[in-house]
Each structure stands twice: as C-alpha cells, then as structure tokens.
Design a protein. Structure first.
Length: 303
C-alpha cells in the first residue's frame, strides 16, 4: 500500500508530490495524459508567478514536472475511474488496476467550457479551438475571433494578434473580467478589434470555419464576421465527474474543501482548481499542494 496517491500532475499535484517526498512519504502521481504540467502548459506567458517573470507556461510546467521527478516522485499514466473509501485504506480504481493508499490528494484541475452553439462541435478541430497556444500557428496571416473576457481570452487575443492579420475579441459585457494589465495591452494592439456586449450565435463553414454569427445583447443587432478560426475561452469547469458520491461537491462540481484542503472524508484531500476557492491561479494551486500534504501527513501519522 502507498502512503500517498495524488491524482493529477498540474501545479497542485506536482507541488504535492514534491512536498510528499520531502515529508518522507511513498508518493505516486497518477496522470491521465502522461504529460506533467497541466493547464499551465498552454499559457503563453505567465507573468505573475513570483521570481519567474515572463516565463512561458510550457517552461514553468516542465520545470515543475522535472522538479517532482528529481525529488523522487513516481508517476503512473492511467485514468482514474473512481475512489472507494475503506477508512484507513483508500482504493483508487484506474483503467489499469486498483491502487491502495493511506491518503489521496485530488488535483485533477479543470477543463474548458463549451458554448453549446450550432457549429461548435461540428467544426471542432476545423477552426474551432479551445487552445490558442496549441493551434494559433495554423492561423498565421488569417482572421480569427476569440470569445470571452477573462484572463485566458485576453491572453489568447494578444498571442493570436502576433501572427494573425486580425483578431476579433468578442465579450458579452462592456468590461473585462481579466487582469487590467492584459486588457490595456489588448486595447493598445492595432489588429485586435474588441466587440463588447456581444455573444456568438453560431459558427458556419463547409469544411472549415468560414463565418461567426453574433448579436449585440443591448441592441439585438446581429452580424456576421468572416473568420478562419474561433478560439473559445469562456472559462473552465472542474474534472470531478469520477468522484460523484465520494466527496461533497458544490452545485458546479467543485470539491468542498477549505485552505487545509480537507474534504468531508478523512484521508481524501482536494488541491488546486478542483477545490472550492476564491482565486484559481498557478500560485494558489502550488500552495494547495503543500497544504494538502501537510493535512495528509497529519492524518497518516494518526493512523
Ligand atoms: P474566467 O475568468 O471564468 O472568464 C471566463 C470569461 O468567459 C468571462 O469573461 C465570461 O464573461 C465569459 N463567458 C462565460 N460564459 C460565456 C458564454 N456562455 N458566452 C460568452 N462569454 C462567456 O475564465 P478563464 O479566462 O478561463 O480563466 C480561468 C481562471 O484561470 C481564472 O481564475 C483566471 O484568473 C485564471 N488564469 C490565470 C492565469 C495566470 O495566473 N497567469 C492565466 C490564465 C487564467 P463574464 O465576464 O461576463 O462572466
């Protein structure tokens, strides 16, 4: 039986892995994709992680992964399908095998929301994307639209504007949710056209994206934008479906846990974007990893 199994290898999971090894725990991280780093890998420019100004998401995520490997954390590539709470033994069911552990830290993060409009699914991978840093290079010299007004939408628009001839940034309100610094850059970038108070209705194209239909929520005026790509950045939702009925969650699927990362089940902890919290950032995810291990160590020592 393992001391500690961590599910997910983003900043929360990797930080937990490093702290777990430092606490002398036999620590395993299970990661579905086999790629350590998590969502941060797709962030072009991480400008708010202390001590590392301007570092790219890919470099930061890779460094965190390498750090965990060098600390001696073991990794297993498989998907977790459920957790059974057997009191002092937690059974983690995966698509390969069932693994037993004294304590579990859930750090599976979050994934992209979809808009649910006509054309979105049909043209997925044919001009509709949820990751500008992954797919932006295909749109060099072309016209794209970004949907959303948070940090990710602002970052995506700035990133795409470096290669695209024009980027429409379409936001449903007249004020951005994302950081002021990013909004200022967006507003000062010549080939970004901001369209406020507007929501997308449908995406059209025969073999690839050709048009985006939108309407203004204040005037009800509709219009069609000729675009080659649509980048959707309308937030995320937690990856917790596999835990339904195991731990308490809020109505949106976030696992209920405080700063100590304790869930309602002793020995099961939630760290990073999966947890109910006010601020979801790389720095708060890394912090959760450390706090969750502190709680888990106390629990393991009490067994
Ligand atoms: P977010 O902050 O939740 O923003 C989502 C945006 O999409 C909002 O502007 C929202 O509009 C809009 N939206 C939501 N549903 C929509 C719909 N159906 N139609 C049209 N627009 C819709 O999400 P995010 O930008 O993905 O960021 C997620 C988290 O990661 C945030 O906490 C963010 O701060 C964090 N993040 C951090 C960093 C970093 O630390 N460097 C980088 C990127 C992201 P409203 O504003 O009207 O609600």
């Amino acid at each position: 039986m393992r001391d500690l199994v961590i599910i997910g290898a983003g900043p929360a999971g990797l930080s937990a892995g490093i702290y777990g090894k430092r606490a002398g725990l036999d620590t395993l991280i299970i990661e579905e994709t086999g790629i350590g780093g998590g969502q941060v890998l797709t962030t072009y420019d991480v400008d708010n992680y202390p001590g590392l100004p301007g570092i790219s998401g890919m470099e930061l995520g890779t460094k965190m992964h390498e750090h965990a490997i060098s600390a001696g954390v073991e990794f297993l590539e498989t998907s977790v399908t459920g957790i059974e709470d057997g009191g002092s033994v937690k059974r983690i069911q995966t698509s390969k095998e069932t693994i037993e552990a004294k304590a579990v830290i859930i750090a599976t993060g979050a994934t992209h929301n979809h808009l649910g409009i006509p054309g979105e699914e049909e043209l997925g991978g044919m001009g509709v994307s949820y990751c500008a840093t992954c797919d932006g290079a295909f749109f060099r010299g072309r016209v794209t639209a970004v949907i959303g007004g948070g940090d990710v939408a602002l970052e995506d628009a700035i990133f795409l504007a470096r290669g695209c001839s024009k980027v429409y940034l379409i936001h449903r309100r007249d004020e951005f949710r994302g950081a002021r610094k990013l909004a200022d850059i967006v507003k000062a970038t010549e080939n970004i056209e901001i369209i406020y108070d507007t929501i997308p209705d449908s995406i059209e194209g025969s073999e690839a994206v050709e048009r985006l239909n939108v309407h203004n929520v204040k005037t009800s005026e509709s219009k069609t934008l000729d675009v080659d790509g649509v980048f959707i950045a309308v937030g995320t939702h937690p990856i917790t479906d596999y835990l339904k009925g195991v731990v308490d969650m809020d109505e949106r699927g976030y696992i209920k846990a405080g700063e100590d990362c304790r869930t309602n089940i002793p020995g099961i902890y939630a760290a990073g974007d999966v947890r109910t919290k006010a601020l979801r950032q790389i720095v708060t995810a890394a912090s959760d990893g450390a706090c969750a291990v502190t709680s888990a160590t106390e629990y393991i020592n009490s067994l």
